[in-house]
Design a protein around this ligand. Structure first.
Ligand SMILES: [Zn+2]
Length: 273
């Protein structure tokens, strides 16, 4: 589906965006990034009008005419259904990032596994992630739909396009709903690969020098990575190794082998009586 980015007639753009949000809904539902009425998406129309998804509706089966329009301060202007309560976070993003024209929030299982385990995503693992997403921060927890929830994104908004939301899910921003959707696919695929690698003994990072090459390539694509500007270590998450997912996996393995050992001894003792 091609997007006109608001360059054409506003009525036509709004119609395209209504279709685009419904299509993104179908895709995230099919890929099991949401269950029941989960998730919410939005797109910036002209002026301060935001087209968003309604509450209490499966996002896999929305109709274009059902989508409400709200103002940047959250007043609903039109639509037969009430707008999602999580629209506050979207509005905060549009206020802080004039370049952002769309937001997608869902609960994809592998990214949400990192969110509920409160494990920051490692850096310097896959070239595509460094090139196209950069760092993916883990935000702090707040009750969804509140002003506090919107505020948890604020420290990260200036420099990031994908976020893992503690004990909640994931969120991406972009220039249109499909860019957000593809960023979400990339994030979920990355988390899935990390968890598969954890079963094989853990992931290995590329070197700082190799990471620097990727971030320099990213710069040629027009994005200056925050880490380059800050002059900090490119690959560290600042998490002690004892708290990493890989090491937790090792602890779990040790516990399982201990249980197996005890079970074998108990069975042996029963056999001998
Ligand atoms: Zn949510």
């Amino acid at each position: 589906m091609s997007i006109s980015h608001g360059q054409t007639d506003p009525m036509r753009y709004e119609a395209e965006m209504r279709e685009a949000l419904c299509e993104v809904g179908r895709r995230v539902w099919k890929r099991e990034y949401i269950a029941s009425n989960d998730g919410n998406f939005s797109v910036r129309l002209d002026g301060d009008r935001i087209l968003a998804t309604p509450t209490m509706v499966s996002k896999g089966f929305m109709k274009p005419e059902e989508l409400p329009v709200v103002t940047l301060d959250g007043q609903q202007l039109s639509g037969p259904l009430r707008v999602t309560s999580e629209v506050k976070a979207h509005l905060e993003i549009y206020r802080v990032r004039p370049d952002v024209r769309a937001v997608v929030h869902v609960h994809p299982p592998h990214a949400t596994a990192f969110a509920v385990a409160r494990k920051p995503l490692p850096k310097c693992i896959l070239p595509e992630i460094e090139l196209f997403l950069g760092e993916i921060p883990l935000t702090s927890y707040a009750t969804p739909g509140t002003d506090e929830f919107a505020a948890t994104l604020r420290p990260f908004l200036a420099n990031h396009n994908a976020f893992v939301l503690t004990n909640h899910g994931a969120l991406t921003v972009g220039s249109d709903p499909f860019e957000c959707y593809y960023r979400m696919e990339t994030l979920e695929q990355y988390c899935r690969i990390l968890l598969l690698a954890a079963n094989l003994g853990g992931w290995q990072q590329i070197s700082e020098v190799q990471a620097l090459e990727l971030l320099q390539l990213r710069e040629k694509l027009g994005v200056v990575d925050r880490r380059l500007e800050a002059g900090e270590c490119l690959c560290s998450t600042g998490v002690p190794p004892s708290q990493s997912v890989v090491n937790q996996r090792t602890d779990t393995d040790q516990m399982e082998s201990l249980i197996e050992d005890i079970t074998a001894r108990v069975l042996e003792a029963i056999r001998q009586t």
